[in-house]
Write a protein that binds this ligand. Sequence first.
Ligand code: SF4
Length: 214
Amino acid sequence: MGDEKRRARKIVGRLREAYPEARCSLNHESPLELLVATILSAQCTDERVNVVTSSLFRKYRTWEDYASAPASELEADIRPTGFFRNKAKSIQGACRRIGERHGGRVPRSMEELLGLPGVARKTANVVLGNAYRIASGVVVDTHVSRLSARLGLSGEKAPEKIERDLTGLLPESDWIDFSHLLIAHGRKVCKARTPLCGECVLAKLCPAAFAAGA
Ligand code: SF4
């Protein structure tokens, strides 16, 4: 095993010790709820999405509930998450296709998920990894991008390329948890503006430790 892979595994090990509870922070009880929550989470905090979905999921229980709702009503119900017109269109489009092509079930493959309107690779990875525990890739959000750069795990900017680097470094069994671990660490310690390197469990493994503006 190369040095970089070994270092990546140590990073995962230390993060697992530091954040044993790290998991998907979007509340959901079914693949459909997670799909909807993930669509709503674009450009919005998970906390706000959870507030909105706590009532949304009581009102809309099946794909048909979303598909048959007047667009204006669904838009009003999800408005606090921002970009509500586009998000309502994506949710309704995805739900119609789930009903028409997938027997009312959220599909379990990357290819089929990418065929749903408004679903890109990141959303598909979230659903496959967290609703079905299928390791299809690594979810790359803003925390994962920032920490991958600081930790020297990827020099890329585009999420797809960062994901390719991470999946090359880590065993498949770590793909799902790795994003939760990096997100937890990014929120608590390796913050965007002021990383708290002095209290970071990764400091000895991190090329950006204590660098000004790391
Ligand atoms: S040492 Fe600093 S820059 Fe590196 S991961 Fe920790 S907090 Fe982030």
